[in-house]
Design a binder for this molecule. Structure first.
Ligand code: DX5
Ligand code: ZN
Length: 221
């Protein structure tokens, strides 16, 4: 399966968000939207209304990553904003299975995310029920942070668990992704690359996305 790219709008210009999103349409596969609560992570972004507005304007695959605690309190409203995929953090709920089943019952794909220091073993009880596992390769909260190298081993572990159990969830990685590490993470088992500042800090977003894709697919170095 070809690698997918999910362009993270976290570091985009919010006053021009429509144009910012348009600048990546056609070159990105998914649009990644980070919701932060200033409690689970030390930063604030926006709420469900923004997600709903993006949904109404764009028909592209909307990949929503909620960094809110407790996740339980917000899952229903974010489902109402109709993303294609809703990912919550395993650290932010005592009821991951219940939330996963709820999201699926709304016809939305469900993802579960792990912070860099959270043991991979915690996935054992939930991996059969999700469409995607999101491995954080930075501590969530901000764009532009340095990729944590140990994330590659974590991706390999998750990919092994997937193979052993004959499951077909996607593996997504988020944080510090650029052409410098894209190929390495894909070789470890990643299916979806979230990428924020590398794209949005480039003058020519399409060119940045094409470069990233070429490297991820192993076509260019
Ligand atoms: C970080 C967010 C990421 C962020 C990635 O907490 O979850 O999605 O936008 O940005 P870069 O690619 O700049 O690390
Ligand atoms: Zn994210």
């Amino acid at each position: 399966m070809a690698v997918k790219i999910s362009a993270s709008i976290l570091n985009a210009d919010y006053l021009n968000l429509q144009r910012e999103i348009e600048s990546v349409i056609g070159s990105t596969d998914w649009i990644h939207v980070d919701v932060m609560d200033g409690h689970f992570v030390p930063n604030l972004t926006f709420g469900w209304k923004m997600v709903s507005s993006i949904r109404k304007r764009f028909s592209n695959f909307l990949d929503v990553h909620i960094m809110v605690e407790p996740a339980d309190r917000f899952v229903e409203t974010f489902c109402n904003a109709k993303p294609d995929l809703l990912t919550f953090h395993i650290e932010a709920t005592h009821h991951a299975h219940r939330l996963a089943e709820y999201i699926k019952s709304k016809g939305i794909k469900v993802g579960i995310s792990l912070n860099p220091a959270t043991p991979i073993e915690l996935l054992k009880g939930i991996m059969d029920y999700v469409d995607l596992i999101l491995i954080m390769s930075v501590n969530p909260g901000f764009g532009g942070q340095k990729f944590i190298e140990g994330s590659i081993e974590r991706v390999k572990e998750v990919a092994e668990m997937r193979e052993k159990r004959n499951l077909n969830f996607l593996i997504e990685i988020d944080g510090g992704i650029s052409p410098d590490n894209a190929r390495k993470v894909v070789e470890a088992g990643v299916d979806v690359l979230v990428c924020g500042s590398y794209i949005f800090e480039s003058e020519d977003r399409k060119n940045a996305l094409n470069t990233l894709r070429g490297v991820a697919d192993g076509k260019t170095e």
